[in-house]
Design a protein around this ligand. Structure first.
Ligand code: ATP
Length: 684
């Protein structure tokens, strides 16, 4: 298998520290959806001790990372962090405090009912405290947001550059961080856990306090009934699905088709092509027909809050029943003792029980376990200290900087198999390219031309065989230095989010970045054939080609609520206009980028089918510019339209199905009447 970081997903298959699932998967059906989940702890005799032991075993290894992250965050932003924690503590206990004041107020009310006209100062104190409490809550809310944003800014500024500096193209970021601000998820969920626990604790204390201060004989009974609901809610067994997470999918063809039709009808990106493809009507009819095929089914996605998914119906029934138990018992069994005061007390107790139930529900919904959070801390430090698995040699390249020459390349029985593919992309490929040669690589689609060239830049390593550069195995050289001497213009050039200037100068060290209107930038632009269209852009080199940021996501597209047309236009002007450029212009811009990167150290230039969108004149001019910049460098062209390069090439490598079938000059190959002559004739 090719040993390459770009190919191999290094993110842990299962979060470090979590027990690796050994039990078989269980499946359930929910409407048109299939659900799969892992059943943990199927042996009931192992019980809770097994769970705790498993948790400890899984988490222990990551505790040092979590501790290190906590310490690092504290040293980065001590005051914002302390403020954030203090706010969290306040917000945790505020609902309990609220209840406490309410209970005190009701007690005073009760007392004043039995002894009219007393305790006006008590009323005043409670009212003042209540008001201050409300005011403090407003303040805390704002300070909470500010401290949160400060911590996030510190984390972003601290961790992202560290992660980016460590071989950004190779580190498998996706799957390891679920936040744009590394470390934030850890802080957020850890404090959330603390908050939920504190909330629960304070609410239980207030509830017990409220009950214990009642001077009624049924106190114990009440206390029991108030606690039954939360306890039941906590302990009610789930049917296995909710305990660790689950995946769901559907095989329903009509449902998938409905989704696709919806996407076609409402996604602006398809509009133009749909019209060109003649799909201007009939989508509605198709939708109606498919909808009929699907029928009336349960198609709400099986999220945990969907009724009946997590617990059996009788547990849900019991939980609901116990919610109103205190009031029901009070009303049914003790009617003789009911008074106005006991009704208000009951209302209070009921509210306390409900709040507690909500908090417990929130605890149950908290998706991240501590072990996952600790594993996230480990991922972060793994990312920072990430070392590429690509073998990095110690030999500098070029070995002799003063000698300006091209790169000599040899492939010896090179094979490449992409992970998961059924046939090799390259099968025992061998050839030699001398320094300074102009080489043409030709062959049908999928014959392995691009794969072969990517091996030179060590985007992948061969599965078998050997590649030599200037007579030495490619992995004896320092990868970075080797790559710096190669310039690639690829088949589908990417336009990066940024300005025209950013796009041409990307990859240049900051010190070498040209200023406004500098000669190297103008030169690269001219050689790439983009001077004309760039000068016509609204801001020339500084035209933004794609937005550098976007807040368009599932929740928000820069608007909130129902906005007027005037507001939309305001947003449009403020957001800045995105300039779209054509496919050919993109190729020209990418070519300019390639010329910009050519320096005295460049030993190899690879142009991989990079002129497919250019008009014939632009293609001819661009290839002429490349040839003019040869200057002793080795140059490899991959192209399907090669007749005007064929005679000039020192060597033509002709490929078919991952192997080199013919190799030589044009004159040698054309008379063979083989693959090459077939391809050549097809162009004429
Ligand atoms: N990243 C990849 N993962 C898996 N398979 C790949 C990958 N890239 C290429 N392939 C497969 O490898 C084979 C060779 O592809 P390659 O792109 O090298 O051919 P090509 O000669 O450059 O084709 P074209 O002329 O269409 O550009 C193809 O079968 C392709 O499907």
């Amino acid at each position: 298998m090719p040993s390459t970081d770009a190919l191999v997903d290094h993110s842990p298959p299962y979060p470090d520290g979590l027990p690796s699932p050994r039990t078989p998967l269980r499946h359930r059906r929910h409407g048109i959806f299939d659900i799969a989940f892992e059943e943990r702890n199927s042996d009931p005799t192992l019980g809770i001790s097994h769970l705790i032991l498993g948790w400890l075993r899984g988490t222990r290894g990551n505790v040092p990372y979590a501790r290190r992250l906590c310490a690092e965050i504290f040293s980065l932003a001590p005051w914002p962090l302390l403020t954030y924690l203090a706010c969290n503590i306040w917000l945790s206990v505020s609902s309990a405090l609220n209840l406490f004041f309410l209970s005190r107020l009701l007690n005073v009310l009760e007392d004043s009912l039995s002894t009219p006209g007393i305790q006006p100062e008590m009323f005043q104190i409670i009212a003042e405290m209540w008001l201050s409490f409300a005011l403090i809550s407003v303040g805390v809310d704002r300070v909470f947001t500010q401290s949160r944003d400060r911590i996030r800014s510190h984390l972003r500024a601290h961790f992202i550059p560290k992660l980016i500096d460590e071989q950004p193209l190779l580190f498998p970021i996706s799957g390891s961080f679920d936040s744009e601000v590394p470390g934030w998820n850890f802080v957020h969920h850890l404090t959330r856990k603390m908050r939920i626990c504190l909330t629960l604790l304070s609410q239980v204390v207030v509830l017990l306090y409220a009950i214990s201060h009642k001077q009624s004989p049924e106190k114990e009974l009440l206390m029991t009934f108030c606690i039954v609901h939360p306890i039941l809610r906590w302990l009610a067994p789930s049917n296995g699905i909710g305990s660790e997470g689950y995946v769901f999918w559907t095989d329903s063809a009509p449902y998938k088709r409905l989704k696709a039709l919806y996407g076609l009808a409402f996604s602006p990106q398809y509009r133009g092509d749909l019209t060109l493809d003649g799909v201007t009507s009939g989508l509605g009819t198709e939708y109606r027909k498919t909808s009929g095929n699907l029928g009336i089914v349960t198609d709400s996605e099986p999220y945990p809050w969907v009724g009946g998914l997590l617990r059996s119906w009788y547990w849900d029934f019991l939980i609901n029943l116990t919610l109103d138990l205190p009031l029901a018992v009070y009303a049914l069994t003790l009617p003789s003792r009911m008074s106005a005061s006991s009704v208000t007390s009951m209302a209070l107790l009921q509210q306390a029980t409900n709040t507690l139930a909500i908090s417990i529900g929130e605890y149950g919904m908290d998706p991240s376990s501590l072990s996952e959070l600790f594993a996230q801390a480990k991922w972060l430090y793994d990312g920072i200290s990430y070392e590429s698995t690509t073998i990095n040699g110690h030999m500098p390249y070029p070995t002799d900087k003063s000698k300006k020459s091209g790169m000599s390349i040899s492939f010896r029985n090179v094979c490449l198999e992409y992970p998961g593919s059924i046939s090799p992309a390259l099968d025992r490929v061998s050839f030699d390219v001398s320094a300074g040669q102009l080489v043409l690589v030709v062959g049908a689609n999928g014959s392995g031309k691009s794969s072969m060239l990517k091996l030179l830049a060590r985007l992948f390593d061969p599965t078998m065989g050997e590649i030599l550069i200037d007579g030495n195995a490619v992995d004896t050289y320092n990868v970075e230095q080797l790559r710096r001497t190669m310039v690639f213009l690829s088949q589908s050039p990417v336009i990066y989010p940024g300005t025209v200037r950013d796009n041409i100068c990307i990859g240049l060290p900051h010190a070498h970045r040209p200023g406004k209107g500098s000669a190297p930038l103008d030169g690269a632009c001219r050689k790439g054939g983009c001077t004309d269209f760039v000068t016509k852009l609204p801001n020339g080199y500084d035209t933004q080609l794609a937005p550098t940021f976007s807040f368009e996501n599932d929740f928000c597209d820069g608007t909130y609520g129902i906005v007027s047309e005037r507001l939309r236009q305001e947003l449009q002007t403020r957001r800045g206009r995105r300039v779209d450029i054509s496919g050919g212009q993109k190729q020209r811009l990418a070519a300019a980028r390639t010329f910009m990167r050519m320096t005295d150290d460049t030993r190899l230039v690879v142009v991989d089918e990079a002129t497919s969108s250019l008009d014939p004149v632009a293609e001819r001019d661009l290839l002429a510019e490349f040839r003019a910049s040869r200057n002793g460098r080795t140059m490899i062209f991959v192209t399907h339209r090669f007749h005007h390069l064929a005679r000039e090439a020192d060597q033509i490598i002709c490929m078919r199905e991952g192997t080199v079938v013919e190799r030589g000059t044009h004159d040698e190959l054309i008379n063979l009447d083989g693959e090459y002559s077939k391809l050549y004739d097809a162009q004429s």
